[in-house]
Ligand binder design. Structure first.
Ligand code: ADP
Ligand code: ZN
Length: 607
């Protein structure tokens, strides 16, 4: 296909014919027109926003092969399979292939029999690959997961730095860089490092309206998680993030013992186990992966129904990336985080002992502060998230603070009591203790440890009986979050900050978030299966279609969503088309899938 000033109609045709979709979403059309016309683009769009079409369609419309640089070697096969299922001629070159496979792809590339070629970034540092590319015709370069070029991000890949040279070698080939990472700093760094100074920047809204954000107090995290999964996400696929390998293992075991199919994923597992667990997640329905943040980038499974955090993420950016893996299909999904005093203590300690200079530690501290502010806010979580990325929002009605607005209260007096207990220990006794001991003192508990240190003779002993233990822990946590108190050392001992003096000196009021008795469950989101209007009589048909899909996917060795998404199956079940022509009008049914699966679908419907 060539583009003779008819970019839009060509692009639209490809959208209908190949992908089976009616219309473009958000900024897609503008981006596609720009790239089809030969322009460079830098695209910031949230996960699930539809980035792939932004380079796939131009690659199909423009003459030559679209070269896609992606760091996700383990996912390339699936990406290519998904394109082939649509009838797109796609291939990849990476280290997992043997000589013969590689040779085949290279020859397809040279003879113009490929529409899209996926490459790992390190391939482009190999001279033979560059020579190969120079012998073929390239329609565009797409740089996926472009934030990997950012040295401060946790996904940094040194090989991405070499991509700045693409423009010199192929000055006439348009480049499109894409990422779901949204902060200004990363944005600017991508533009500089990839030499995209003249590129047009497209920044989409980072709102993910179908994700319900909830942040709850942590008391028995594994139990709380189990409760969430049983009551709201039975049979759903999801990801549970933990900080340490050990807690990943323990949590996966715990869920399995409680009848939930869960597998662990972390960098300490061998490559085979990791690959198997990832493949199971993509191919099975309703599997839970318990993982460290090593898991998830580029996972394009559309029906991840929940992302749960059992530990506090280190930054809002990380939190947004991780939670963003839920609900790419646009159906209702949950982002759930359990967070407590211990998280703050632990993260502060990690920052104090981290490698790197003072500036680096300060930056980590700033990231943590922003994350804590999100946890402690009494305002809409979504508005706060969007503000973090420099975007505006209005209270969303789909986060815990919107659904059950927390009260804020004047915590000045309790804050003064707590801070003066820390002060007395520090200055009268030259001692430092953790939150547990300070709270016992305030509550007037004569524990062995209190007696041993004769803390019952302190003037602050027993002055805080108006609050319960858990409420005091909430006070400590929030004072830490607000920088009115600090922790240090291996035992997380409490120490005063400069700002503490203002509270003790009555120059500063302290507003606190009320600790809910029991975390009231936010208006229960309907299970995704029930969430899309599907008349009752369509449900058994949907189940039959799912069974057909499972068998077909297994036979072809691809994940079920490569055959059809849930959304498409649901629409088929509802509309019950009786001819191929009718079936072809359903969103997600393109020409190739209609030819391949049309008759079996009609048979399944009739059966
Ligand atoms: P991203 O890479 O930005 O996370 P994807 O490209 O995977 O997002 O797209 C997310 C989902 O939305 C996919 O299931 C994709 O097929 C679907 N999608 C993208 N664009 C459209 C569109 N114009 N109409 C309907 N569905 C779309
Ligand atoms: Zn809200």
């Amino acid at each position: 296909m060539t583009s003779l000033g008819t970019e839009t109609s060509d692009a639209l045709q490809v959208l209908h014919r190949v992908f089976g979709y009616d219309s473009f979403r958000g900024g897609q059309q503008e981006i596609i027109e720009h790239v089809v016309g030969g322009g460079d683009a830098l695209v910031l769009m949230p996960t699930g926003g539809g980035k792939s079409l932004c380079y796939q369609i131009p690659a199909l419309v423009r003459e030559g092969v679209g070269v896609v640089v992606s760091p996700l070697i383990a996912l390339m096969q699936d990406q290519v399979d998904a394109l082939r299922a649509l009838g797109v001629r796609a291939g990849f070159l990476n280290s997992t292939q043997d000589f013969e496979q590689r040779r085949q792809v290279e020859s397809d590339f040279l003879s113009g029999e490929l529409d899209l070629l996926y490459l790992a970034p390190e391939r482009l540092t190999v001279e033979s690959t560059v020579r190969l590319l120079e012998r073929g015709k390239i329609s565009l370069f797409a740089i996926d997961e472009a934030h990997c070029v950012s040295q401060w991000g946790h996904d940094f890949r040194p090989d991405y730095l070499a991509l700045s040279g693409l423009h010199e070698r192929w000055p006439e080939v348009p480049r499109i860089a894409l990422t779901a990472t949204a902060t200004e700093a990363t944005h600017a760094e991508i533009a500089t490092r990839l030499n995209l100074g003249d590129a047009r920047h497209f920044v989409a809204s980072f709102d993910r309206p179908n994700i319900q954000y909830r942040i709850v107090g942590k008391n028995e995290p594994k139990r709380q998680l189990l409760d969430l999964l049983r009551t709201e996400h039975a049979g759903d696929a999801g990801i549970v993030y933990c900080l340490s390998r050990n807690s990943v293992e323990k949590t996966a075991e715990f869920l399995t013992q409680n009848g939930i199919t869960a597998v662990p994923y972390h960098a300490g597992l061998d490559t085979r186990t990791r690959a198997t667990n990832q493949a199971r997640f993509l191919r099975e329905e309703g599997l839970v992966v318990v993982a460290t943040i090593a898991f998830g980038m580029g996972i394009d499974k559309p029906d991840v129904r929940f992302v749960a955090h059992l530990d506090l993420p280190k930054s809002v950016e990380g939190y947004y990336q991780e939670t963003g893996r839920a609900g790419r299909d646009g159906l209702p999904s949950t982002a759930w985080l359990a967070y407590g005093l211990q998280d703050v203590v632990q993260q502060r300690k990690m920052i104090d002992t981290s490698e790197g200079d003072a500036a680096h530690r300060r930056r980590l501290g700033t990231h943590l502060d922003a994350m804590l502010a999100l946890c402690e806010t009494v305002e809409c979580r979504r508005v706060q998230l969007l503000n973090y990325f420099g975007q505006q929002g209005t209270p969303c009605g789909n986060c815990d603070t919107c659904l059950t607005p927390p009260e804020s209260w004047d915590g000045t007096v309790p804050a003064q009591k707590l801070l003066s207990a820390v002060y007395r220990l520090q200055h009268e006794r030259r001692q430092k203790f953790g939150a547990g001991q300070v709270i016992d003192i305030l509550l007037g508990k004569t524990t062995p440890k209190v007696t041993q240190h004769s803390h019952d003779s302190l003037s602050v002993f027993g002055i805080g009986t108006e609050l319960r233990d858990t409420e005091w822990r909430g006070v400590v946590r929030q004072l830490l979050a607000q920088g009115l108190l600090s922790v240090e050392g291996d035992y997380g001992t409490l120490v005063l900050t400069d700002a503490s003096a203002e509270v003790l000196g009555r120059q500063r009021e302290v507003r606190l978030r009320r600790e809910p008795e029991r975390v009231a469950r936010a208006a229960k989101p309907r299970r995704a299966a029930e969430a899309v209007d599907m008349p009752a009589e369509a449900a058994p048909v949907f189940e039959r279609l799912r069974a057909w899909r499972a068998a077909t996917a297994k036979e072809q060795g691809v994940p079920p969503y490569v055959v059809f998404h849930d959304k498409t199956l649901r629409q088929i079940a509802t509309e019950a088309p009786s001819t191929l022509a009718e079936l072809g009008t359903i969103s997600g049914v393109g020409e190739n899938k209609l030819a391949k699966y049309g008759q079996p679908i009609l048979d399944t419907l009739a059966g």
